[in-house]
Design a binder for this molecule. Structure first.
Ligand SMILES: Cc1cc2nc3c(=O)[nH]c(=O)nc-3n(C[C@H](O)[C@H](O)[C@H](O)COP(=O)(O)O)c2cc1C
Length: 147
């Protein structure tokens, strides 16, 4: 069993549903889960935790409004995050050149701070995938051996 901190960036609510589907799937697999929306960096447990980031992209490749402070605080953080495992789900729209750029950027930032990536970035095209919550939950289940 692992302990998960789900960290959510969402403006219109679509990614919030995706994050909640992940929460339900992780609980069903017997993990401990806390969900942060909006995420407050200092309140997120970093002691032998797995951080699951679920974020959309807005503007021209930008973080959602409710996620910008978390990203800024992470960037300014000097503490050791090497005990944090991380995985990222990005939601976006493939009609943008900057498809899921916020998710790609936060993953880079997490790795630069010493976090350990346990799965490759998962992207979900919200304009094409009929059931994004199911896509995310299935991805968690398919990779449950690595969590
Ligand atoms: C103003 C605006 C800008 C967007 N820019 C991007 C973008 O640069 N890249 C991308 O992949 N998706 C972009 N999207 C698509 C959103 O990421 C997508 O609609 C997503 O489902 C929104 O998730 P949320 O409801 O959790 O905020 C944009 C959407 C809007 C409304």
């Amino acid at each position: 069993m692992s302990s998960f901190q789900i960290i959510v960036g969402s403006m219109l609510g679509g990614t919030e549903y995706v994050a909640e589907a992940c929460e339900q799937q992780l609980l069903a697999l017997g993990h401990q889960v806390e969900l942060h929306l909006p995420p407050v960096f200092e309140q997120i447990n970093r002691n032998n935790q797995t951080w699951l980031i679920c974020t959309s992209t807005h503007g021209a490749g930008d973080y959602p409004d409710n996620f910008q402070q978390f990203a800024a605080d992470l960037e300014n953080n000097d503490q050791d995050l090497s005990s944090v495992k991380t995985l990222v789900i990005g939601t976006g729209d493939t009609s943008y050149d900057t498809f899921c750029k916020a998710a790609k950027n936060i993953e880079k930032l997490l790795l630069s701070k010493g976090c350990n990536k346990i799965l490759p970035l998962k992207t979900i095209d919200m304009s094409q995938d009929i059931d994004p919550e199911e896509v995310a939950a299935n991805w968690i289940e398919e990779n449950s051996d690595h969590l």
